[in-house]
Design a protein around this ligand. Structure first.
Ligand code: SAM
Ligand code: SF4
Ligand code: F3S
Length: 433
């Protein structure tokens, strides 16, 4: 049997798709080379924005149509399933199996059950979250989920409702998975969690926090050379954590720290649990402690109550901090969240206009920061052959910048020292140094 898997959403979903692929292949179900040839199509879904859900509805519509031409199983898993539960199959009965966030591990038993003629399976409640390995034998980098869920309930965000309460993975389980990756040729690991730096595991009355597990990992690895972590919440970004990042050369000098907004009025309505001033203090501490650091962020524009002066405070924050990059979004009301009950005061056209203004501002800052790096010698990890030029390879710096330079397939998964020579859009062109 064969499968076709499409993944939407965040890195956690990507890691969980990796785990699903391991599970499928252990049960002799292998990847198909085309969706139209697969015995089952699996969509690992996301609910964070309406745009993500609309795209998935589009894919469901497409596969529903395909089902009129040939037989295959249509399976939906993940956050959108957790949000909509049996409504999905009520709307589209052609969906054979739906599995929520906590039931992804039930995939094989659900496939067996449906093949023995049970009708439409829907599992969305009951289990505890199960942490699973997502490492594939051919990989040179791997995600390692270390915590799951979110207790923060930012007023705009659906994640706590579809991912549940925060749970931290036992430290010994994380360390044993890292030890296994370290002897398997993995070069880079990314520790994952919805709020990765809120990690806290208690054993025999002793609490282990994120800086503790991070430095234990850094001390334990021999072959893995880079450690990354995603996504951090400002409320738990402590001076101790910054010192640990500084101290360990294996921890990449890149911090993704979503700020969302620059106005205290909006931050408070978003229930982000910090102020602009607190965020600026953390950034100042980071920059003072680690001179060669890359800081990126998420910005959420057009939240209810945002006036031009609030928006300007966000622009001002971007100019003050000079982030290396930012992921920018406009606010989508999500049913079930607290902000869904707020009046959506910013018209759609104004959200788009402000979003474009913020993108333009950040692009200028990012470009300026990248230009300042030209001439630098850096180490990169080669990831693939360049899509544009087949004689070039695509690599990533520890700052998470994309780099291309002449090279072949044999370099994939290796570290190379290069000099940053010029820029092609936001990608550096480099030469081997
Ligand atoms: N846990 C991370 C944090 O605290 O920032 C972010 C997780 S969320 C999956 C990724 C990003 O999606 C958020 O940083 C936010 O900017 C954006 N986002 C969340 N809810 C949204 C909504 N209702 N509309 C638009 N963007 C949203
Ligand atoms: Fe969503 Fe806030 Fe939790 Fe991040 S911290 S996942 S934005 S509720
Ligand atoms: Fe989307 Fe779920 Fe991640 S809603 S962003 S896939 S946690």
């Amino acid at each position: 049997m064969t499968y076709w898997l499409e993944t939407y959403g965040c890195q956690m979903n990507k890691a969980e798709s990796g785990a699903l692929e391991i599970l499928l292949q252990q049960n002799n179900i292998y990847p198909a080379s085309k969706a139209i040839e697969a015995d089952m199509v699996i969509l690992n879904t996301c609910s964070v924005r309406k745009t993500a859900e609309n795209r998935i509805w589009g894919r469901i519509g497409y596969y529903k149509q395909e089902k009129t031409k040939r037989m295959f199983l249509l399976i939906l898993v993940g956050c959108m399933v957790q949000r909509l539960k049996d409504q999905l199959q009520q709307r589209i009965p052609e969906i054979d199996i739906v599995l929520g966030t906590f039931q992804k591990q039930e995939l094989i038993s659900a496939i067996r059950a449906i093949r023995s003629k049970e009708k439409n399976i829907c599992l969305t409640s009951g289990n505890d979250y199960q942490f699973s390995k997502s490492y594939n034998i051919n990989d040179f980098k791997s995600f390692v989920p270390i915590m799951h869920g979110c207790n923060n309930f930012c007023s705009y965000c659906i994640v706590p409702y579809v991912r549940g309460k925060e749970v931290s993975r036992p430290a010994e389980e994380i360390l044993s998975e890292i030890a296994c990756l370290d002897t398997s040729g993995i070069k880079e690991v990314t520790l994952l969690g919805q709020n990765v730096n809120s990690y806290c595991h208690i054993r025999n009355g002793t609490s282990m926090y994120f800086p503790d597990i991070l430095s234990q990992i850094a001390d334990a690895i021999r072959n893995i050379q880079w450690i990354r972590f995603l996504t951090s919440h400002p409320k738990d970004f402590s001076p101790e954590l910054i010192e640990h990042i500084k101290m360990h050369t294996q921890i990449c000098k890149h911090i993704h720290l979503p700020v969302q907004h620059g106005s205290n009025k909006i931050l408070s309505r978003m229930e982000r649990k910090y102020t602009r001033e607190k965020y600026l203090t953390i950034i100042e501490y980071i920059k003072n402690a680690i001179s060669d650091i890359s800081i990126t962020t998420d910005i959420l524009i057009g939240f209810p109550g945002e006036e031009e002066k609030d928006f300007q405070m966000t622009c001002d924050l971007l100019k003050t901090i000079e982030f290396n990059d930012a992921f920018t979004y406009y606010y989508n009301p999500r049913e079930g969240t607290k902000a869904f009950t707020f009046e959506d005061t910013v018209p759609h056209s104004l959200k788009i206009e402000r979003l474009n203004r913020i993108i333009e501002l950040q692009q200028g800052i990012s470009h300026h920061k990248r230009r300042k790096r030209l001439g630098k010698k850096v180490t990169v990890l080669v990831e693939n052959i360049s899509k544009q030029q087949s004689h070039e390879v695509l690599a990533r710096t520890e700052h998470n910048d994309m780099v291309v330079f002449p090279g072949g397939r044999e370099l994939i998964g290796t570290f190379v020292n290069v000099e940053l020579v010029s820029l092609r859009g936001s990608t550096f062109k480099a030469s081997i140094s």
